[in-house]
Write a protein that binds this ligand. Sequence first.
Ligand SMILES: [Zn+2]
Ligand SMILES: [Zn+2]
Length: 242
Amino acid sequence: MDTKRCSKCGEEKPLSRFYSHPTTKDGLDPHCKICKRMTKKAYYIVNRQKCIEYSKAYYEEHREQIAKKKHEYYLDNADYFCALEKARRQVNKKEKAIQDRLYAQTHPEVRRAIHKRWVERHKEKYRRYQCLKAQRRITRKRNLLADLTVQQWELICNSFDNKCAYCGDPIKTLARDHFIPLSKQGAFTASNIVPACRECNSRKSDKDPKDWLSKKKYNEIKRLINNALKAIAMQEREELAV
Ligand SMILES: [Zn+2]
Ligand SMILES: [Zn+2]
């Protein structure tokens, strides 16, 4: 590696440790970067007021150019700044949620008030959640796995394009149907719950889907369940990454 001796501290250093210089023979500053910085710092300490005034005056005089440069830099790195801002917002949100939760834990009256307000504002969502919880309980009573969440259910509905898994009708009243029925040990999990209209839901009752559906339809539903599982896994990974 090429080196050069600093004429101030006398140390032999790699060329990358020197700033470039417009008029020297080798195009590099005679003083190493550390020495340059120390000199600058020493000057600043002695002439602090002067330095502040100078940079203030410089800023005033070049206000527009500086702003323009800053804006250009921002535009050139917009993706980076957007990602940074997004990450910061998410961290803040998470921290605030943790703080709020801790506070609510030690203040039951606050917890009750928050819950009450949430229920009032999200009546429909709350009703759906209670309904899901009840279904989970029923499945668990039979010693079957039951861990479907509201979020997972939404992703499943997306995967089925919000249509009945069996007849393809756009669903208005969403019913969570056990693909493999409860009576045949079907679990209440994302891998076994599909959206169905009321009619199909009651028509199917506890029949085995393999007997009830054509092979083609059966495979199609299996495919959409798998898509939903992939989307769920992706969302869970994203949440962990935050
Ligand atoms: Zn030096
Ligand atoms: Zn249907």
